[in-house]
Design a binder for this molecule. Structure first.
Ligand code: ZN
Length: 347
């Protein structure tokens, strides 16, 4: 009767050693919920922030981190129709009330009760997880388990940034920073899918090669080259139309110098720090749009799943995968900027 599962939980913030592998009771799905036996999960920078803590932000501790994953349905709660035990599913990372004006308009990421698995409630670093039935969808045809586990949060984020916020159009010039990161490898492909041209920055030859493979016309090593000069040269006199960024302090100032008139600067993170300094006159004289973006619409992720199945987009998985017990090592791998695409953990 008292079946248990293993899960990594964070009780206090800190380095990867604070991830504690614990035995927990097998969770039972309530009305409208399903239980997924996890087969793979993938890391996001969010996992690192939840583990390390953010000054002024309170996380519900102890918490199981992890927003992405895939597995099989093994129990279905009362009132859930159309989902059978045994079905292969991937996890949709955002949770919302489903009843408010934003939710009903399909803009669920603007819901006042919006939450993210592994941040506002227990996430995917566990052998089993109970979720609202609206937070799982069938694994797209032809995708491996690792791929299915890896694309959710980054594609959701990158799609919202480029399609709804920056409104990217055919022929536009897009600068994508940190090209080999999960969200940027999705961003390069989404920009290309919409007919835009892409130049990318990254910090190693392998990362530059990946950017080109994903469709970037040019890829610049920011550690070795004057990337501002290279980007200006590539973009020509009109400059860059869209900057896609989550690096923050290190990239913001220089990126404004390559942005053309009417350019849009969209960012979803600040991995090198959140404090920016700029000359506001630059922003209004050149008609810049500075756009913040977080997560995205659930419906868009279903479309992305179709595009993955059709081979129009691909999930980029880091060649190094980790076993569940090695989750702390997986955190380090991502933290040390060694990842080429998504870091996946196998159960
Ligand atoms: Zn809502």
């Amino acid at each position: 009767m008292s079946e248990t599962i293993r899960a990594f939980r964070v009780h206090e913030h800190g380095d990867p050693d604070v991830l504690r592998l614990e035995e927990l009771p097998l969770p039972e799905p309530g009305p409208g919920e399903v239980r997924v036996r996890m087969e793979a999960m993938a890391l996001n920078h969010l996992d690192l922030w939840v583990r390390r803590g953010i000054p002024g932000v309170r996380f519900p501790l102890p918490i199981v981190p992890g927003s992405d994953g895939a597995g099989r349905i093994d129990a279905v709660g009362p009132g859930v129709a159309g989902i059978e035990p045994g079905a292969r599913v991937f996890v949709l990372p955002g949770t919302s009330c489903g009843r408010c004006a934003a939710c009903l308009a399909g803009r669920d990421n603007y819901c006042r009760d919006y939450g993210i698995l592994g941040e506002s409630r227990d996430g995917t670093s566990a052998e089993a997880i109970v979720l609202p039935a609206t937070n799982v969808a069938p694994v797209p045809e032809g995708l491996s388990l690792e791929e299915a586990a890896s694309f959710g949060l980054v594609y959701l984020t990158a799609w919202h940034m480029l399609v709804h916020k920056a409104r990217v159009r055919a022929g536009e010039r897009v600068l994508v920073h940190a090209a080999a990161s999960g969200v940027s490898s999705a961003g390069i492909q989404i920009a290309r899918l919409h007919g835009a041209r892409v130049i990318a920055t990254a910090g190693s030859p392998e990362k530059l090669a990946l950017a080109r493979e994903l469709g970037a016309e040019e890829a610049v090593n920011y550690r070795e080259e004057d990337w501002v000069a290279r980007v200006k040269e590539w973009a020509g006199g009109d400059g860059i139309d869209v900057v896609f960024d989550h690096v923050g302090e290190e990239t913001f100032g220089p990126s404004l110098r390559v942005l053309g008139r009417g350019g849009r600067y969209v960012f979803c993170g600040a991995t090198t720090g959140p404090r920016l300094e700029t000359d506001l006159r630059l922003v209004f004289f050149r008609n810049f749009e500075i756009l913040g973006s977080t997560m995205g619409r659930r419906a868009d992720l279903l479309r992305v799943a179709d595009l993955l199945a059709a081979g129009r987009l691909r999930a980029v998985v880091d060649p190094t995968t980790f076993s569940f017990e090695d989750l702390p090592a997986a955190h380090r791998h991502l933290e040390e900027r060694r990842a080429l695409g998504k870091v996946v953990v196998r159960f």
